[in-house]
Design a protein around this ligand. Structure first.
Ligand SMILES: Nc1ncnc2c1ncn2[C@@H]1O[C@H](COP(=O)(O)OP(=O)(O)OP(=O)(O)O)[C@@H](O)[C@H]1O
Ligand SMILES: [Mg+2]
Length: 270
């Protein structure tokens, strides 16, 4: 297994002394669809802000494709790791959505035609092309989220990190973003997503990290999401499919996708 991100004993204190990360260690396999789960305040956003060097650890290490993030390689790291913030207002700053999405590619010193191609492709992917001339503060929250995602898509990074990308999106928007994440992953990119939606995580992820009070409580494949005790101990609620099937576990086993659940049901019904 090749590793895209390696976190080793990461500690981080906010300036007010609040310890947000308390010795976090885990790896993200290359080309994986990784979810970071945990209750409010677990440290998910703080952790993700370390992945492209926006935050610097107080102690511990972050490696991207084996390279330790440092002051010299930070530009290179930011080309490799694209981060969509939890709050789009922290991300969008230009006077139009178009300029906002163009900002990253412009910094890569690409030619004009390539910049335009990337901006158009990214904005169309999130269904925001028609709103390209609008100022970010004139958009709904869901539209801002989409624009922030487009900003990272336009950078075409190898590792795409999204902090709660589905929050505030309508069901169609959630489906569209899921399709984009799958496409990126099929193209060979590593996709890392924090979310509170365990049903979505069970369906989508192939690697799971559970964070609580600044520590990693579990890491591995998505069978973690069928462990009700572990989830509840960490302030999480078992996915609906797990709740539905756990009484029949001995007979049917617990499915880790809707497709698998349907197959199991068909088998006993037909
Ligand atoms: N700017 C800040 N100054 C001080 N403490 C902070 C700051 N931002 C976050 N924290 C604290 O750090 C801890 C981790 O917060 P973080 O935002 O990383 O959690 P989270 O898992 O992303 O939560 P949520 O699910 O609500 O987004 C919390 O205790 C939080 O109160
Ligand atoms: Mg957060």
């Amino acid at each position: 297994m090749k590793i895209a991100v390696e976190i080793e004993n990461l500690m981080f204190f906010y300036p007010d002394g609040n310890k947000a990360l308390d010795g976090v260690s885990f790896v993200v396999p290359e080309r994986s669809k990784t979810v970071i789960l945990g209750p409010n305040g677990a440290g998910k956003s703080t952790l993700l802000l370390h992945l492209n060097g926006l935050y610097t650890p107080n102690r511990g290490k972050v490696r991207i494709f084996g390279k330790l993030i440092n002051a010299e390689n930070i530009r290179e790291i930011r080309k490799k790791v694209g981060l969509v913030f939890q709050d789009p207002d922290d991300q969008l700053f230009a006077s139009t959505i178009f300029d906002d999405v163009a900002f990253g590619p412009q910094n890569l010193e690409l030619d004009k035609k390539e910049i335009l191609r990337r901006v158009e492709e990214a904005l169309k992917a999130v269904d925001m092309w028609d709103l390209r001339d609008r100022p970010p503060h004139h958009l709904s929250l869901g539209q801002k989220k989409r624009a922030a995602i487009a900003g990272v898509l336009a950078m075409e990074p190898d590792i795409v990190v999204l902090d709660e990308p589905m929050a505030y999106l309508d069901p169609r928007g959630q489906e569209e973003i899921t399709a984009i994440l799958n496409r990126l992953n099929n193209e060979g990119k590593t996709v890392i997503v924090s979310t509170h939606d365990l049903d979505w995580a069970l369906e989508w992820a192939d690697y799971v990290v559970i964070l609580n009070a600044g520590r990693v409580m579990a890491e591995g494949d998505k069978s973690i999401l069928t462990n009700r005790r572990l989830l509840e101990q960490n302030g999480l609620k078992a996915p609906l499919l797990v709740t539905l099937f756990e009484d029949f576990e001995g007979k049917l086993g617990i499915p880790t996708s809707l497709k698998e659940a349907k197959q199991k049901l068909k088998k006993i019904m037909l």
